[in-house]
Design a binder for this molecule. Structure first.
Ligand SMILES: C[S@@+](CC[C@H](N)C(=O)[O-])C[C@H]1O[C@@H](n2cnc3c(N)ncnc32)[C@H](O)[C@@H]1O
Length: 258
C-alpha cells in the first residue's frame, strides 16, 4: 500500500462496557474525528452513528469460535488503513488494555513507525458489578479485588483463581462462563461455602441479567447460563450487598422454596 497520507495514526479507544453513554468524552471525540474505525464484537454499534459521513467501519470481532479475521490480519489492517486514510480508531469493548490484546496491536503499529494514542475505557470488570449496586470493595469486608481471566490462551482456568481465592479480595472473573464449574470448584477449596457469587450477563445493557447464589449451590444455576452472552462472575462477601441476595436469604430462612 502506498504512503499517501501526511499523518498516519492509530488511536486505541475503550468503548466502555456496553451502554453507549458509558464511553468517555475523549473516546467519543476520537470516533467523531476518525477516518476509519475497526471495532470489536462487544462494542455497542450505536457508537458508530457518531462518525463523519462515509467513514469505513469494519467489524473485526472475535467471539468464542467465530473469528472473522486473525489477529495478524487485524494488526496489518490497522497499519495499512492508517497509511492510506489517516486516523484509524481501534474501538475495543471496555478498556483496550484489559484482556483486549491492545498492547500486542500497539506494539505492531509502533514497530511499523506509526504513531499510537490510547484512550482508556470503563472496563466491564468494574462497571458491571457497580451497575448492579455490588460494591467491589467495602471497608471491613475486603481490602481489594482481583480481575482474572477464567480462560487462558490454552483454554484452562488461570492459576490466579486459586491464589485470589486464598485472599479476602473480591474476585472478578472475565471470560469464565464456559469454565464456570472448574472455577467454582477451585474457589470452594478456599472460601467458606456460604460465600456469595453473582453471574452478570450483558451488563449495563437493556437485556442485562443477574443470578446470585452461594458457592455451595453453584451447580443449581448452571442451566441458567446463556453462553452466547458476555458475562462476568463476581465472588466475595460484597455480593451479599445486592438486594436479591437478601431476599433469597430471607426465603431460605423462612423455608420458602424459590
Ligand atoms: C475479551 S474480554 C474484553 C474485556 C474488555 N476489554 C473490558 O475491559 O471490559 C471480554 C469479556 O469481558 C466481559 N464482558 C465484557 N462486556 C461485558 C458486559 N457488558 N457484561 C458482562 N461481561 C462483559 C466478559 O467476560 C467477556 O467475555
Amino acid at each position: 500500500m502506498k504512503n499517501s497520507i501526511k499523518n498516519p495514526k492509530v488511536i486505541l479507544v475503550g468503548a466502555g462496557p456496553g451502554d453507549v453513554d458509558l464511553i468517555t468524552v475523549k473516546g467519543l471525540k476520537a470516533i467523531k474525528n476518525a477516518d476509519v474505525i475497526l471495532y470489536d464484537a462487544l462494542v455497542n454499534k450505536e457508537l458508530l452513528k457518531h462518525t463523519k459521513l462515509n467513514v469505513k467501519c469494519i467489524y473485526v470481532g472475535k467471539r468464542s469460535c467465530s473469528h472473522k479475521f486473525k489477529q495478524e490480519e487485524i494488526n496489518k489492517m490497522l497499519v495499512d488503513y492508517a497509511i492510506k486514510y489517516g486516523t484509524v480508531v481501534r474501538l475495543k469493548g471496555g478498556d483496550p488494555f484489559v484482556f483486549g490484546r491492545g498492547s500486542e496491536e500497539a506494539l505492531f503499529i509502533e514497530s511499523n513507525g506509526i504513531e499510537t494514542e490510547f484512550i482508556p475505557g470503563i472496563s466491564s470488570a468494574l462497571a458491571v458489578p457497580t451497575n448492579q449496586g455490588i460494591p467491589i470493595t467495602k471497608r471491613g469486608i475486603n481490602e481489594g479485588f482481583w480481575v482474572i481471566t477464567g480462560t487462558t490462551s490454552t483454554g484452562n482456568i488461570s492459576k490466579d483463581i486459586a491464589l485470589g481465592a486464598q485472599s479476602s479480595a473480591t474476585l472478578i472473573i472475565l471470560m469464565g462462563l464456559r469454565n464456570f464449574s472448574l472455577i467454582m470448584n477451585e474457589i470452594k477449596k478456599y472460601r467458606h461455602k456460604y460465600t456469595p457469587f453473582a453471574i452478570i450477563q450483558n451488563g449495563t445493557l437493556p437485556n442485562e441479567s443477574i443470578v446470585i447464589d452461594t458457592v455451595e449451590n453453584y451447580k443449581k444455576i448452571i442451566d441458567s447460563i446463556d453462553y452466547t452472552n458476555p458475562g462476568i462472575i463476581v465472588v466475595g462477601d460484597v455480593v451479599a450487598e445486592h438486594p436479591s441476595f437478601l431476599e433469597e436469604e430471607i426465603q431460605r430462612v423462612l423455608g420458602v422454596s424459590f
